[in-house]
Write a protein that binds this ligand. Structure first.
Ligand code: PGA
Length: 261
Protein backbone atom coordinates (compact mmCIF):
# COMPACT_ATOMS: atom_id res chain seq x y z
CA UNK A 1 0.00 0.00 0.00
CA UNK A 2 1.33 3.42 -0.91
CA UNK A 3 1.60 5.76 2.06
CA UNK A 4 1.73 9.47 1.28
CA UNK A 5 4.93 10.89 2.79
CA UNK A 6 4.21 13.44 5.48
CA UNK A 7 6.57 16.21 6.61
CA UNK A 8 5.50 18.19 9.67
CA UNK A 9 7.23 21.22 11.17
CA UNK A 10 7.13 21.37 14.95
CA UNK A 11 7.77 25.02 15.73
CA UNK A 12 7.92 24.41 19.51
CA UNK A 13 8.03 27.64 21.55
CA UNK A 14 8.79 29.89 18.58
CA UNK A 15 6.87 32.21 16.23
CA UNK A 16 4.23 34.54 17.68
CA UNK A 17 1.20 35.07 15.46
CA UNK A 18 2.89 37.77 13.35
CA UNK A 19 5.98 35.64 12.78
CA UNK A 20 3.77 32.64 12.08
CA UNK A 21 1.97 34.59 9.37
CA UNK A 22 5.25 35.61 7.73
CA UNK A 23 6.66 32.11 7.92
CA UNK A 24 3.59 30.47 6.38
CA UNK A 25 3.34 33.14 3.68
CA UNK A 26 6.94 32.58 2.70
CA UNK A 27 6.61 28.81 2.84
CA UNK A 28 3.47 28.89 0.71
CA UNK A 29 5.21 31.07 -1.89
CA UNK A 30 8.24 28.84 -2.05
CA UNK A 31 6.17 25.69 -2.46
CA UNK A 32 3.90 27.33 -5.02
CA UNK A 33 6.91 28.57 -7.01
CA UNK A 34 8.31 25.05 -6.99
CA UNK A 35 4.87 23.71 -8.01
CA UNK A 36 4.90 21.41 -5.04
CA UNK A 37 2.34 18.62 -5.31
CA UNK A 38 0.81 18.25 -1.84
CA UNK A 39 -0.89 15.02 -2.86
CA UNK A 40 2.57 13.56 -3.39
CA UNK A 41 4.15 14.85 -0.17
CA UNK A 42 1.84 16.17 2.51
CA UNK A 43 3.14 19.08 4.58
CA UNK A 44 2.01 20.62 7.85
CA UNK A 45 3.17 23.12 10.45
CA UNK A 46 2.50 22.90 14.18
CA UNK A 47 2.43 26.45 15.59
CA UNK A 48 1.88 27.54 19.19
CA UNK A 49 -1.74 27.73 20.30
CA UNK A 50 -1.68 31.53 20.01
CA UNK A 51 -0.58 31.36 16.36
CA UNK A 52 -3.02 28.75 15.10
CA UNK A 53 -5.83 31.21 14.37
CA UNK A 54 -3.52 33.35 12.21
CA UNK A 55 -2.32 30.32 10.29
CA UNK A 56 -5.92 29.21 9.79
CA UNK A 57 -6.89 32.62 8.42
CA UNK A 58 -4.05 32.55 5.93
CA UNK A 59 -4.65 28.95 4.84
CA UNK A 60 -8.37 29.67 4.33
CA UNK A 61 -7.89 33.02 2.58
CA UNK A 62 -5.33 31.69 0.11
CA UNK A 63 -6.82 28.17 -0.14
CA UNK A 64 -3.45 26.72 0.81
CA UNK A 65 -3.02 22.97 0.75
CA UNK A 66 -0.62 23.24 3.68
CA UNK A 67 -2.08 21.56 6.78
CA UNK A 68 -1.61 22.77 10.32
CA UNK A 69 -1.83 21.31 13.77
CA UNK A 70 -1.19 21.85 17.46
CA UNK A 71 1.71 20.78 19.64
CA UNK A 72 -0.43 19.46 22.47
CA UNK A 73 -4.04 18.80 23.44
CA UNK A 74 -5.83 18.45 26.75
CA UNK A 75 -7.03 14.99 27.69
CA UNK A 76 -10.19 16.76 28.93
CA UNK A 77 -12.97 18.31 26.91
CA UNK A 78 -13.93 21.14 29.26
CA UNK A 79 -13.99 22.10 32.92
CA UNK A 80 -11.67 23.25 35.67
CA UNK A 81 -8.34 22.64 33.93
CA UNK A 82 -6.58 26.00 33.94
CA UNK A 83 -4.27 26.57 31.00
CA UNK A 84 -5.45 23.60 28.97
CA UNK A 85 -6.68 23.68 25.37
CA UNK A 86 -9.28 21.11 24.36
CA UNK A 87 -9.81 19.02 21.25
CA UNK A 88 -13.08 20.78 20.35
CA UNK A 89 -11.32 24.17 20.63
CA UNK A 90 -8.62 22.98 18.24
CA UNK A 91 -11.16 21.39 15.89
CA UNK A 92 -12.97 24.75 15.72
CA UNK A 93 -9.72 26.20 14.30
CA UNK A 94 -9.58 23.61 11.53
CA UNK A 95 -6.63 21.78 13.04
CA UNK A 96 -5.81 18.50 11.22
CA UNK A 97 -3.06 17.14 13.47
CA UNK A 98 -1.83 17.31 17.03
CA UNK A 99 1.52 16.15 18.40
CA UNK A 100 1.02 13.98 21.45
CA UNK A 101 3.66 12.79 23.88
CA UNK A 102 6.56 14.76 22.46
CA UNK A 103 9.68 13.96 24.49
CA UNK A 104 9.76 17.57 25.74
CA UNK A 105 6.22 17.09 27.11
CA UNK A 106 7.21 13.78 28.67
CA UNK A 107 10.36 15.30 30.17
CA UNK A 108 9.22 18.76 31.30
CA UNK A 109 5.55 18.05 31.97
CA UNK A 110 5.81 14.51 33.29
CA UNK A 111 3.52 13.07 30.64
CA UNK A 112 3.20 9.34 31.16
CA UNK A 113 2.07 6.74 28.63
CA UNK A 114 -1.37 6.86 30.30
CA UNK A 115 -1.62 10.61 29.71
CA UNK A 116 -0.44 10.14 26.13
CA UNK A 117 -3.11 7.46 25.54
CA UNK A 118 -5.80 9.76 26.98
CA UNK A 119 -4.66 12.58 24.67
CA UNK A 120 -4.70 10.25 21.66
CA UNK A 121 -8.34 9.45 22.47
CA UNK A 122 -9.16 13.14 23.01
CA UNK A 123 -7.71 13.95 19.60
CA UNK A 124 -9.81 11.32 17.83
CA UNK A 125 -12.94 12.42 19.66
CA UNK A 126 -12.38 15.88 18.17
CA UNK A 127 -11.67 14.49 14.70
CA UNK A 128 -7.98 15.38 14.88
CA UNK A 129 -5.23 12.94 13.91
CA UNK A 130 -2.60 12.48 16.63
CA UNK A 131 1.09 12.42 15.80
CA UNK A 132 2.26 10.12 18.58
CA UNK A 133 5.86 10.81 19.53
CA UNK A 134 8.05 8.03 20.87
CA UNK A 135 11.77 7.46 21.21
CA UNK A 136 14.55 6.56 23.59
CA UNK A 137 17.06 8.63 25.52
CA UNK A 138 20.82 8.28 25.25
CA UNK A 139 21.18 5.86 28.18
CA UNK A 140 18.67 3.47 26.64
CA UNK A 141 20.39 3.72 23.25
CA UNK A 142 23.79 3.04 24.83
CA UNK A 143 22.35 -0.07 26.49
CA UNK A 144 21.03 -1.19 23.09
CA UNK A 145 17.44 -1.21 24.35
CA UNK A 146 15.96 1.31 21.89
CA UNK A 147 13.59 -1.16 20.24
CA UNK A 148 11.85 -2.63 23.31
CA UNK A 149 11.77 0.78 25.01
CA UNK A 150 10.13 2.50 22.05
CA UNK A 151 7.71 -0.36 21.41
CA UNK A 152 6.54 -0.14 25.03
CA UNK A 153 5.75 3.54 24.42
CA UNK A 154 3.80 2.59 21.29
CA UNK A 155 1.84 -0.04 23.27
CA UNK A 156 1.08 2.53 25.95
CA UNK A 157 -0.01 5.27 23.56
CA UNK A 158 -2.34 3.02 21.55
CA UNK A 159 -3.85 1.28 24.59
CA UNK A 160 -7.58 0.79 24.01
CA UNK A 161 -7.56 2.25 20.51
CA UNK A 162 -9.56 0.32 17.90
CA UNK A 163 -8.11 -0.74 14.54
CA UNK A 164 -10.03 1.84 12.52
CA UNK A 165 -8.51 4.70 14.51
CA UNK A 166 -5.10 3.06 14.83
CA UNK A 167 -4.84 2.96 11.03
CA UNK A 168 -5.09 6.77 10.95
CA UNK A 169 -2.46 7.48 13.60
CA UNK A 170 0.87 9.02 12.67
CA UNK A 171 3.80 7.81 14.79
CA UNK A 172 6.93 9.92 15.07
CA UNK A 173 10.05 8.05 16.13
CA UNK A 174 12.28 10.66 17.70
CA UNK A 175 15.36 9.43 19.54
CA UNK A 176 15.76 12.00 22.31
CA UNK A 177 19.54 12.16 21.85
CA UNK A 178 19.01 13.35 18.27
CA UNK A 179 16.54 16.15 19.05
CA UNK A 180 18.01 19.62 18.68
CA UNK A 181 21.53 18.24 19.07
CA UNK A 182 22.58 18.18 15.44
CA UNK A 183 23.24 14.48 15.99
CA UNK A 184 20.98 12.81 13.47
CA UNK A 185 20.34 9.08 13.69
CA UNK A 186 21.77 7.19 10.73
CA UNK A 187 19.19 6.08 8.17
CA UNK A 188 19.81 2.53 9.42
CA UNK A 189 19.14 3.58 13.05
CA UNK A 190 15.88 5.18 11.94
CA UNK A 191 14.86 2.15 9.88
CA UNK A 192 15.63 -0.28 12.71
CA UNK A 193 13.14 1.30 15.08
CA UNK A 194 10.57 2.43 12.48
CA UNK A 195 10.54 -1.10 11.07
CA UNK A 196 10.09 -2.54 14.56
CA UNK A 197 7.19 -0.14 15.17
CA UNK A 198 5.48 -1.37 12.01
CA UNK A 199 6.06 -4.95 13.11
CA UNK A 200 4.42 -4.15 16.43
CA UNK A 201 1.39 -2.71 14.64
CA UNK A 202 1.01 -6.04 12.84
CA UNK A 203 1.04 -7.80 16.23
CA UNK A 204 -1.31 -5.33 17.91
CA UNK A 205 -3.72 -4.98 14.96
CA UNK A 206 -3.13 -6.41 11.50
CA UNK A 207 -0.92 -6.13 8.43
CA UNK A 208 -3.52 -3.82 6.94
CA UNK A 209 -3.31 -1.38 9.84
CA UNK A 210 0.49 -1.57 9.88
CA UNK A 211 0.60 -0.83 6.15
CA UNK A 212 -1.63 2.22 6.58
CA UNK A 213 0.16 3.93 9.47
CA UNK A 214 2.67 6.62 8.59
CA UNK A 215 5.82 6.56 10.66
CA UNK A 216 7.95 9.68 10.76
CA UNK A 217 11.53 10.07 11.88
CA UNK A 218 12.42 13.13 13.94
CA UNK A 219 15.68 14.49 15.32
CA UNK A 220 17.98 17.01 13.60
CA UNK A 221 16.34 16.52 10.20
CA UNK A 222 17.66 18.98 7.61
CA UNK A 223 17.53 19.36 3.83
CA UNK A 224 20.94 17.67 3.64
CA UNK A 225 19.92 14.45 5.38
CA UNK A 226 16.20 14.07 4.61
CA UNK A 227 16.57 12.17 1.34
CA UNK A 228 18.63 9.34 2.79
CA UNK A 229 16.26 9.02 5.75
CA UNK A 230 13.21 8.99 3.47
CA UNK A 231 14.84 6.28 1.35
CA UNK A 232 14.26 3.81 4.20
CA UNK A 233 11.28 1.50 3.61
CA UNK A 234 9.56 2.12 6.94
CA UNK A 235 10.17 5.87 7.19
CA UNK A 236 7.19 7.73 5.75
CA UNK A 237 8.02 11.27 6.72
CA UNK A 238 9.70 13.54 9.22
CA UNK A 239 8.85 15.61 12.25
CA UNK A 240 11.15 18.59 11.92
CA UNK A 241 11.97 20.97 14.77
CA UNK A 242 14.69 23.61 14.37
CA UNK A 243 14.91 23.38 10.57
CA UNK A 244 11.17 24.02 10.20
CA UNK A 245 11.56 27.60 11.48
CA UNK A 246 13.35 28.61 8.28
CA UNK A 247 10.82 28.50 5.43
CA UNK A 248 13.50 28.00 2.77
CA UNK A 249 15.02 25.07 4.62
CA UNK A 250 11.63 23.57 5.44
CA UNK A 251 10.47 23.91 1.82
CA UNK A 252 13.61 22.04 0.75
CA UNK A 253 12.83 19.27 3.23
CA UNK A 254 9.24 19.03 1.95
CA UNK A 255 10.66 18.84 -1.59
CA UNK A 256 13.10 16.06 -0.70
CA UNK A 257 12.14 14.15 -3.84
CA UNK A 258 13.64 16.92 -5.94
CA UNK A 259 17.06 16.29 -4.44
CA UNK A 260 16.76 12.60 -3.68
CA UNK A 261 19.20 11.64 -6.42
P1 PGA B 1 14.86 18.97 15.90
O1 PGA B 1 13.51 18.61 16.71
O2 PGA B 1 14.52 18.78 14.43
O3 PGA B 1 15.16 20.40 16.24
O4 PGA B 1 15.90 18.01 16.34
C1 PGA B 1 12.67 17.57 16.33
C2 PGA B 1 11.49 17.50 17.26
O5 PGA B 1 11.65 17.66 18.47
O6 PGA B 1 10.34 17.25 16.81
Amino acid sequence: MARTPFIAGNWKLNNDHMEATHTVQKLAWLLRDAKHDFSEVEAAVLPSFTSIRSVQTLVDADSLELKYGAQDISAHTSGAYTGEVSGPMLAALGVSYVAVGHSERRQFHAETDEVVAAKVKAAFEAGIVPIVCVGEGLDIRKAGDQVPYTLAQVDGALEGLDAEKAAQVVIAYEPVWAIGTGEVATPEDAQEVCGAIRGRLVELYSQEVADAVRIQYGGSVKSGNIASIMAQPDVDGALVGGASLDPEEFAKIVRFKAHAA
